[in-house]
Structures are given as C-alpha cells and as structure tokens.
Design a protein around this ligand. Structure first.
Ligand SMILES: N[C@@H](CCC(=O)N[C@@H](CS)C(=O)NCC(=O)O)C(=O)O
Length: 215
C-alpha cells in the first residue's frame, strides 16, 4: 500500500484533504505514517531523511519505494492517478487558471505567512532546526501576508471559488492555510468577510473533517 508520511500542519493536511476529495481512504487506499513535528522527530529519523532529505512533511511513498515530496506536486500526482473528481482543471487553459491562483497564493501568502509564524509564535519550535528571521522581520512578513489575504478576499468577491466556478486545488490550498492560521491563533484580517464565508462554506465538506481530528 502507498504510504503518506504525515504530521500536524497545513501541508500534510492539504494532501489528506485532497486524498479525501478523491474518495481515497486511509487504511484501504493508503497507509498514514505519523511523525511528531513538535519534537522534531521528522528531522531526527534517519530512515525518513533518506525518503525526504529536507526532513519536511509530507512525503508520499509509492509501492516501488519512490518518494514524492512537496504537497502540491504530490496532489498533481494523485490527480493523474485518480482523475475524478477533477481538481486541477480538465483542459490546459483550466489547469493554467487553477495553477495561477495556487501559485499566487503559495508565493504571496504561504511564504510570508509561514516565515512570519516561524519567527514569531513558532520560534521556540523552529529556531533550533532552521534559519528564522528576526521577530521584527517576522512581524513584517506576517503583515505582508495579511495584506495579500485582503487581496484574495477582494478577488473572491461573492464567489466561494477562486477558479473555474467549482471546487479546485486553488480553493483547497487557501482553505488549508486559513485553517492552519486558526490552529496557531491567527485570525482572518479585518475586512475579509468574503474569505470568512468561503471558509464557513468549505468547512461543510466531508474532507474538512481532517481539521477536527487529533493527530
Ligand atoms: N514546501 C513543503 C513544505 C513542507 C513543510 O514545511 N511541512 C511542515 C509541516 S506543515 C513541516 O515539515 N514542519 C516541520 C519541520 O519543518 O521540521 C510542502 O509543500 O510540502
């Protein structure tokens, strides 16, 4: 059975939600192997570092031992293996649209938000394991990401979908990083009522139950 090396956090949960959206079940279609990232188990386990030299989670380990890393490419792999329901677009222009929003969000929100978190609230956990910026720079990065959350709120408008007028990977990544924020005490920035409605709506998805599960 394929193995998902998983933990707390938005990236493994993004992949788990994606698997759930595809109707793939833990225990039946894949095995989940849990790592305690609070204690840094993922960066101390020599076997895991062979699978993913960066030590980050998730990794998808295939039947033949091939290890795929980085949550977005893992999701694209799953999409190719399990095309229905479609989550990345049916045609090349549709896929470009979905990837455009995912790429913008990944660069403009995920990078500053996660760097800001590691330099602020996440500092005790992260400063021993990677370079983190100063608390002041972290606060600036968090402010930059909040400004981009406002941009995403404005482009969302009255829709609950960033691309193709239906649920896609672009919605999934935004939903997961909002939920990650909530788990670490972050709140949607003021004036982002569209995103609040978007999160409420997608909370109703069966796959979103993953955010309520203890690890
Ligand atoms: N770019 C990677 C990021 C992976 C990542 O940072 N994962 C977090 C969990 S959400 C992690 O491993 N944190 C613990 C650590 O870095 O030691 C991806 O898309 O999968």
């Amino acid at each position: 059975m394929i193995k998902l090396h998983s933990s707390l956090g938005p990236n493994p949960r993004l992949v788990r939600m994606f698997l759930a959206e595809k109707g793939l079940e833990e225990g039946r279609d894949f095995e989940r192997v849990h790592y305690d990232i609070i204690t840094g188990e993922n960066r101390q386990n020599a076997d895991y570092l062979i699978k993913n030299p960066l030590g980050t989670i998730p990794t998808l380990e295939l039947h033949d031992g091939t290890c795929l890393t980085e949550s977005w490419p893992i999701c694209e792999f799953i999409e190719e293996q399990h095309p229905a329901p479609n989550l990345f677009g049916e045609t090349a222009p549709e896929r470009a649209e979905v990837r455009k929003w995912a790429r913008l969000f990944d660069q403009e929100v995920v990078v500053p938000m996660t760097m800001g978190f590691r330099a602020g609230g996440g500092r005790p956990m992260f400063e021993q394991r990677m370079a983190v910026v100063s608390p002041e720079a972290g606060a600036e990065l968090s402010a930059m990401s909040d400004e981009k959350w406002r941009f995403f709120d404005s482009v969302l408008g009255e829709s609950n979908h960033f691309a193709l007028g239906r649920f896609t990977f672009a919605d999934l990544i935004v939903f997961c990083f909002a939920n990650f924020g909530f788990t670490v005490g972050w709140k949607l920035p003021e004036g982002t009522g569209n995103l609040a409605r978007f999160v409420d709506t997608h909370n109703g998805r069966t796959s979103a139950g993953i955010w309520q599960q203890p690890e």
